[in-house]
Design a protein around this ligand. Sequence first.
Ligand code: NDP
Length: 277
Amino acid sequence: MPAPDRYAVIGHPIGHSRSPQIHALFAQQTRQSMRYTAVDIAPEQLAARVPEFFAGGGRGLNVTVPHKQAVIALTDGLSERARTAGAANTILSDAAGGLIADNTDGAGLVRDLTHNLRIPVSAQRVLLLGAGGAARGVLAPLLELKPRELVIANRSPERALALASAFNSHAAVRGSGFAQLDGVCFDLIINATAASLQGEVPPLPASVIGAATICYDLAYAAVDTHFMRWARERGAAQAHMGLGMLVEQAAESFYLWRGVRPDTTAVLAVLAAQLSH
Ligand code: NDP
């Protein structure tokens, strides 16, 4: 029997990653012969280790913090969504052996919002918190759903303004600081800051949440994140964490590599149960 095809997620640190488990469940479910591991690569080793992985027969990589931007320079081509995001979370090799960078984070978020959670984005007033790699990755796919307006707010407002101006062909996008949101209310608030990882919540004015507001935190944890608790305490209609996005972005990568779409519902249920124990 041939050896299983090799895949990995690379990051630094990487011990916390749930990707090996998610992809093992996908492979089992779809009967794909593959082995997926987590590999810690320090930034100074990235340029050598990525080509080495593929030269040694590796078939695909997922990429996480802090390599999502740096990895692009090591590839031969970019998908449109990786180019727009300026960051990649997936690398595949094409028929000629060239390395292609792609970004499935936005597709993962949109799939979780619209398919799993049935949260409307089209014609809604959307607030996107953060202007880092994750925010860049989800921005274009969110705009494709045609929200009524999309405000990007960031701790360093100049980064939000710069990101908004990069998308100024979409009239409905603008950048902001947090304080300038006073008096404004949103239908959907997406937290793409790293604040939850530090046990913090961005200092937002109370007005942003109304009785119908839905909040979504890209971060995920065993219990509700600080942002989710904050949202509920202020009367938000719903508060969700990013576990569904994690599984959906993984499914999109899996599809790029194997040409098969796994059933994410079953895998998400396994992960959610494990996380809460
Ligand atoms: P980056 O480091 O690229 O960006 C961090 C962002 O968070 C910046 O906008 C930064 O603001 C802001 N920030 C950091 N700390 C605080 C704070 N204490 N208060 C307010 N704002 C803060 O990180 P990423 O964009 O890669 O990741 C962001 C989050 O998204 C993480 O929680 C990550 O785990 C999550 N994520 C989840 C995924 C999923 O599948 N569920 C996929 C990808 C990411 P400033 O510019 O001012 O520094």
